[in-house]
Design a protein around this ligand. Structure first.
Ligand code: ADP
Ligand code: MG
Length: 248
């Protein structure tokens, strides 16, 4: 039986996650509306990646519930592959298939996971490479592209699966500074188009400008959240101020 909640794109309730004796998420509650962009900021080790990985079922919380589009994905009876298919994830390390061309990187998952016919998968691939400005690189291999281009291919690959929700885990942290802007521009476009996004980032200006809401995590809890101008510009919590004084 699948439980259904309201129309929230993501609803995280009381999520706890430990690795052995290490308690990493200590009761996370977070709702994300459809089309909302939420940026998660916080120090290294605060549990940001673990939280994203729980939303994509790469980690299993030991307590709490997560709903995506009203479906409880933490329900033990749920088909994990079917749920993951609804969610796109982009990692710091682009994780492209090195032995496949750019186009093949986009068509393979569509064919394998969604069962799309080759011509349909190719059409969707071109469409999404155009969106990220890389149609001209369709026949290149990942190693022939800059880091920024590889990350844009990874975003296009996720988009080609028509996700309801996109998760980004520090998508620009592995990039040379001059390549960060092109990737952020693609993410801005997605935000404008109304994609629901949960973005772990250290790019404070991006968080401030693009996020509908900024969530500050520390020590496995959400310390404060609100509009970027408030959380980054005028935080109420001492821990947030301390973190920001280190990164700004
Ligand atoms: P962040 O993304 O905020 O830097 P993480 O969620 O990656 O933090 O990690 C939070 C804590 O959990 C860290 O102490 C990290 O070492 C630990 N951790 C993360 N994944 C694992 C794992 N698979 N096994 C053991 N410890 C882990
Ligand atoms: Mg992380």
């Amino acid at each position: 039986m699948k439980s259904v909640t309201n129309a929230n794109a993501v609803e995280i309730r009381g999520v706890h996650k430990s690795f052995g004796a290490l308690s990493v998420l200590k009761g996370i509650d977070l709702s994300i509306g459809s089309g909302e962009v939420v940026c998660v900021i916080g120090p290294s080790g605060s549990g940001k990646s673990t939280l994203l990985r729980c939303v994509n079922l790469l980690e299993e919380p030991e307590a709490g519930q997560i709903f995506v589009g009203g479906v409880e994905i933490t329900d033990p009876d749920v088909d994990i592959d079917a749920q993951r298919r609804r969610i796109g994830m982009v990692f710091q390390q682009f994780n492209l298939f090195p032995h496949l061309t750019v186009t093949e990187n986009l068509t393979l998952p569509q064919r394998r996971v969604l069962g799309r016919a080759p011509d349909e998968a190719a059409r969707v691939a071109v469409e999404n490479l155009e969106r990220v400005g890389l149609a001209a690189k369709s026949k290149s291999y990942p190693a022939q592209l800059s880091g920024g281009q590889q990350q844009r291919v990874a975003i296009a690959r996720a988009l080609a699966m028509n996700p309801e929700l996109m998760l980004f885990d520090e998508p620009t942290s592995a990039l040379d500074p001059e390549l960060v802007g092109d990737v952020l521009a693609v993410m801005r476009m997605l935000a404008r188009e109304g994609m629901t996004m949960m973005v772990v980032t250290h790019e404070m200006s991006f968080a401030r400008e693009v996020a509908d809401r900024v969530v500050f995590m520390d020590g496995g809890v959400i310390v404060e959240q609100g509009p970027g101008a408030q959380v980054i510009g005028n935080p109420t919590q001492e821990r947030t101020r301390t973190f920001l004084s280190r990164v700004l």
